[in-house]
Design a protein around this ligand. Sequence first.
Ligand code: PLP
Length: 402
Amino acid sequence: MLLSTAHAKTHDHVMPKIPKDGTTMTDLIRSIATDQKHEAGQPFYILDLSTIVRLMDKWNHSFPNVKPFYAVKCNNEPALLTKLANLGANFDCASLLEIDTVLNLGISPNQIIFANPCKAISHIKHAAAVGVNFTTFDSKLEVDKIKKWHPQCSLLLRIKAPSDSGSLRPLGKKFGALPEEIEPLLHYACNVAGLKVVGVSFHVGSIAQDPTIYREAIANARAVFDVADYLGIPKMQILNIGGGFRSTPLFEEIASVVNEAVQDFFPDPNLKIIAEPGRFFPETAFTLVTHVIGKRVRGEKIEYWIDEGIYGSFRPTLYNSCFVGIKPISMKECCEIGESTIYGPSCDSLDAVAVDIKLPELELDDWIVFYNMGAYSKCAGTKFNGFDMLSTPTYIVSTNST
Ligand code: PLP
């Protein structure tokens, strides 16, 4: 692994001096962990910006006609957002604070979609005040709120994805208009409230497993465009294919299904296609380094306590343990492999990060490294039990991975 640049600062943590060319990720972790600038024993993240560059290339190659609006909820690390903006991404914000986070980086309000179909009035007013003029809706009441507080806003009708059981985290129960609601909603929004509905949006659910659900959703979006034509609504121009992507080989398969479906159902070359990828960009770019703060030996089994847990980066409802790689870094030369459990620091017995896994024996002050930790991790952290898992520092590097 070659370190090309190592710069930047996040949360007031200056990047410590890191080793030069030829170093491995383990060398890098050791050097940060033992650097005097790093607070001893504190967990930390490493963000590799070169992964983001590589993933944006991959996106542009697979989806040359789909503009990514990165879903800020997935990971709001400023250095990540800045890099994505520099690489040409726009942003999906779900709240007032996410909008401000993006705007405070100097990004234009025109680059933001307020992609939350149910927004508090104060958030709608804020969007109007700062010039975020693009949002989604899936209910009549939302139309009323937008009409009253932000009537200039352009809208996408969020529809329920047809079979989002094809993804690990379906969203269709909570979000999206049902087929029978589409005509009355379009009529109400455009012909009664006089708002501009400019397109359709869907999300097949996070971690999509079955590419064909995108095709079904695009076919359903086509039907909505047809209803709009029938109602005499000014021609809609935007199709938002949502998120659900990961940087795995399935991504190319999904892209080819989506591209083909767009050609089949939307031959109009003027259609603008956007997406809201979350997990795709940060998941593999972030590595979390935790610290062994306790140990107990029970017969053959060893239990460890680390300084990150389910009230921090390991929220079980959000991150996906099956994608995470675990690597212990021991200060000892050679250690025996044994059955181990890793607990988080809180006094909640549910706070277990990994149960009955094989690890070499570790000691106090050793490190346990978790790879692929960039999606829905630190941003979901809390201060539960007095453990502040919101301020874990992030060190930013740019490597050429081999
Ligand atoms: N857009 C919306 C409206 C979402 O609710 C989500 C995730 O919940 C995303 C985009 C990002 O999804 P993913 O991380 O699966 O790409």
